[in-house]
Design a protein around this ligand. Sequence first.
Ligand code: C2E
Ligand code: CA
Ligand code: CA
Length: 720
Amino acid sequence: MIAPQKKIARLAHGERSMFAVGVVVCLTLFGLGGGLFVSRDRANRSQAETEAAAVTAALDAARASFAEEARQMAERLPEPMALARRQTDGPVHVPGADAYIIDLAKDFSAATSENPQLSGALSAAAPLAADPVPSDAPLRGRLSEREAASPWASPRTAIAFPNGRAAFISLTPNVSAAGAGLAFLAVRPIDAALLASLARAADTQRLEIVPATAAPAEGATAPLAASPDGRAFLLAWRAQRPGEMIVESVAWLLISFALFFAAFTVAHARRVTEEAVVDEAETFEAAGQDPLTGLPNRSMFTRLLESELDRVRRTVNEHGAAVLYLDCDRFQEINDSCGRDAGDKLLAALGLRLGNLLRASGRLARFEGDEFAILQTDVVGPRDAEMLARKIIDAMAEPFDIDDRQIYVGLSVGIALCPQDADTADELMRRADVALYRAKNEGRNRYSFFEQKLGDQMRMRKVVEDDLRTAIEAGALLLQYQPIMDISGKRMVGVESLVRWPHPEHGLISPANFITLAEECDLILPLGDWVLRRALADMRLWPGLKVAVNVSAVQFRQKDFGDRIERLLQETGIEPERLELELTESVLLSDADAAEDAMINLRAMGIRLALDDFGTGYSSLIYLRRFAFDKIKIDKSFLESLESAGEGAIIVHSIVHLGRALGLTVTAEGVESADQHRFLQALGCHELQGYLFSKPVSAAEITRRLRLQESGAEQNRAVA
Ligand code: C2E
Ligand code: CA
Ligand code: CA
């Protein structure tokens, strides 16, 4: 952990480098984007130009092919028809075609025809005929060299607007040997079909004829012609825009790159920051300093302690030293609820407050996490250390102001004295730690001195824990079963499984002596698992018999507890109705909602649930109403006091009646005498369990008794 202001400076450093790289990349992206738009426009424009050239070429080709068609038609004109013009006074319509036979000398100057198409065509063709026609032009295609060079060697064409609509016009002179000066005038409207074939030839979108003044802003155009009133017309269409495709594909590339870069920058900045933080922490630590509080760290503290102990050894007066170990109570909860940053600030503030308290009487150090240590000097006796410890705890009565929040912190203090408890640094620190453990265990926010007996207990505990772990792993535990009898006391209706630990030195150890330990050091899960498996395996030997298994609250709180049991039941093929789980109230205390859900789930599988040690807890009645138990087990302590005092009898009496009223099975535990049995029988209790009937026995013994019970029943039936 780093002092907050240092951390911020380092963060800013990381952000600065990220910012610089970000600016460079943004400029690059901006440039690329700009370039992209320029090249998009260029690509679009050049495509439009290409298409316009193709359209113009297609238009020219269509015009040429129309001229050729007209020429061939003119060539094939029957002679009499050509001559017909001579007999009439005006152009002659060629049947089956938009074509006329006209007299070049007369028809242009004659009064306009009533036929609007013809008059339009005539006025459009007039400029074509402006050049004189060679008078001796040969007939029908047989051209001399001179004539081939003449402008009249092929038809003259134009694009015009006879009739107001765009059309090709062609004029083919000399259509008759007899009639010099006769010409063939053909019209081909530029209609939708022609426009479509032009578009096909030019490979463009649909073409349209538009006035130049109304040319679309988007799209391409090619010039067509000017109308008689002087208005220019264009061919217009939507050109392809390859630029958009470029933009699209490149834009995606750019976007992906930008995203990738953003992710990279963030990751990089974070790494830079973290590295900076780690670097700084390492520098501090190398100097023997805790980076968060600026206090000495553990190794520096050890060195300080060693030199102080040296001094104590050399001096002749009675002055000794004390080591105080300090640990925040429930610091994890503060970290979780206020956030790590607030936690760090709190530790720094705590360091300051403790430092002010000490002044010249000692040295303060911070170890890892929420642990602090004090080396108290010039200690004459335990009272000196005790006074300091009290001052420290009192100083915690004031809250800390962190981020506009008031946070209260409790401290537990463990004290070891030199020379009374130990005279080496290592040993003193270890003993202060043991004393701290005791202070925490005795209820926190208090101080404790080291005591020899305490150390022994802790060592013992550690040995037991190691032994138990080994036993569980080796499957060296033992599961016994205590019969549960019907109310007559003659028939075994079920058994309760009870675990034992056969210890090589201490013999069979009772669960009362190791279950709590197992719960404290997380051994209860493997232990509980083992018990469940063992019990289910044994159940296969006893068809129809109910078996109760004790479940610890720690075990029950596991999210997958129900799934585990379901899987085990499936594996062993045991009917769920035969399995009974014995729970204590502690299961229901911590998270009642979660417990309720888990219980509903287990009951839905068909498993039965019993409330164990009934009457010893807090508000049993409320639990009975809320939670779906099938059975209550009256705690054996009430049976013990049955004879000695009237109170026990009253309690047992009311529990039995309460259970019966709620429709639950009531089982009495710890039945040891015939008197107790009679009393319970009279009350209407359902089942009995206790040494009067049987102690817990091995699985083999249960098998034997079941057989006896069955053969007895058969004999009874035979007698009857
Ligand atoms: P418990 O569930 O109340 O189990 C009944 C205890 O009463 C057992 O003690 C049993 O041997 C004892 N007992 C039975 N009849 C009599 C009697 O007539 N007189 C007297 N004085 N005692 C009797 P045990 O086997 O020592 O178990 C102690 C406790 O350990 C159990 O109390 C149970 O809470 C726990 N325990 C046992 N096995 C397991 C286990 O597999 N898992 C868990 N989580 N706890 C277990
Ligand atoms: Ca039990
Ligand atoms: Ca019990």
